[in-house]
Design a protein around this ligand. Structure first.
Ligand SMILES: Cc1cc2nc3c(=O)[nH]c(=O)nc-3n(C[C@H](O)[C@H](O)[C@H](O)COP(=O)(O)OP(=O)(O)OC[C@H]3O[C@@H](n4cnc5c(N)ncnc54)[C@H](O)[C@@H]3O)c2cc1C
Length: 277
């Protein structure tokens, strides 16, 4: 299947409430000069990058939740990322996993103050035609650095004074040391204990202390765990957002235009599920 056909198919996927924009290409993204300010480790291989817009007039006032920016490195390599904080005017914050090659490998070598980096205005990854903060319950199913778009939703929904939406994050990682933004997650959990529940799923036990944070140590997320932790299949007021590495997303919900996986097995309707791909 050619890329053009795939793009057309993605654009064509419109169903009740959700509309995927597809990846239309770079030309629609105006790129603006930014300066690299600092890099702070979040885990052993994920860093928090802070960039500032060189021209404040170009800086977005706020960043819509679950939006993406296109980043172009000094060598011209490009990749989409999801800003992790939405309210720091003039700055863009990204969580980037260092794979030691391509965009992340190049960014890992940058010194603070480095120029020649460009970032687009945030554009919504997914156009939604329903308010996202009004559901009864939202399950966020994430793995690794796939937490980035889910965290944006979680933070803004919990902060919303009028929202009563309950959130359950089911978050898969290799071990405790791989949990991205754990401190932020713990703080949100403490502050919004009546609305936020977090279930960690850790594949490998590195330390006995991991049993204190979850009963699922030594597990990959699977449909048995999801069936224990989820209810609300068929209820249009219950939604599920999924983001992570492709094999993980496929296991949970199929992929993009093919809906399948554990959620389908558990009888969640396609219209309940929003997959980031
Ligand atoms: C909308 C969107 C926004 C994104 N934003 C960013 C961003 O801002 N920054 C960034 O760096 N990347 C981003 N990405 C990329 C993407 O999130 C990561 O490339 C992807 O999640 C891989 O993450 P990882 O390498 O940490 O996962 P891995 O370390 O490969 O996997 C994490 C965990 O997933 C579980 N897992 C993996 N495969 C399976 C399986 N088959 N069954 C069950 N469990 C499994 C395991 O527990 C594993 O420990 C984004 C992607 C999308 C679609």
């Amino acid at each position: 299947m050619t890329r053009e056909i795939i793009v057309e198919r993605k654009k064509a996927i419109i169903w009740k409430g959700w509309k995927f924009k597809g990846h239309e290409g770079d030309d629609m993204f105006g790129l603006f000069d930014v300066k690299f300010i600092e890099r702070t480790p979040l885990t052993h291989n994920v860093d928090h990058y802070k960039f500032s817009y060189n021209n404040l007039d170009e800086a977005p006032k706020t960043i819509p939740i679950m939006s993406r920016v296109l980043l172009s490195t000094p060598e011209g390599q490009k990749r989409f990322f999801t800003p992790i904080f939405n309210e720091d005017e003039g700055y863009i914050h990204l969580a980037i996993k260092n794979y030691g090659r391509t965009v992340s490998g190049e960014l890992a070598q940058l010194e603070p103050g480095a120029e020649g980096i460009m970032i687009s205005k945030p554009t919504q990854h997914i156009k939604h035609e329903v308010p996202l903060k009004t559901f009864k319950l939202v399950y966020l199913i994430g793995a690794g650095v796939g937490i980035a778009p889910l965290l944006g939703y979680m933070t803004s929904c919990l902060k919303e004074v009028d929202s009563q939406t309950k959130i359950k994050l089911i978050y898969a990682n290799h071990s405790e040391k791989d949990i991205v933004l754990k401190q932020e997650l713990d703080e949100l959990k403490k502050k919004y204990s009546d609305r936020l529940e977090i279930v960690h799923v850790l594949k490998t036990q590195v330390d006995e202390s991991e049993e204190k944070i979850t009963k699922y140590v030594g597990f990959r997320l699977n449909k048995e765990i999801l069936s224990k932790e989820m209810k609300g299949a068929g209820d249009d007021d219950v939604k599920v957002f999924v983001c992570g590495p492709q094999p993980f997303v496929t296991m949970v919900s199929g992929y993009a235009w093919w809906y399948g996986g554990a959620l389908r097995y558990l009888k969640f309707k396609r219209s309940q599920v929003l997959i980031f791909y």
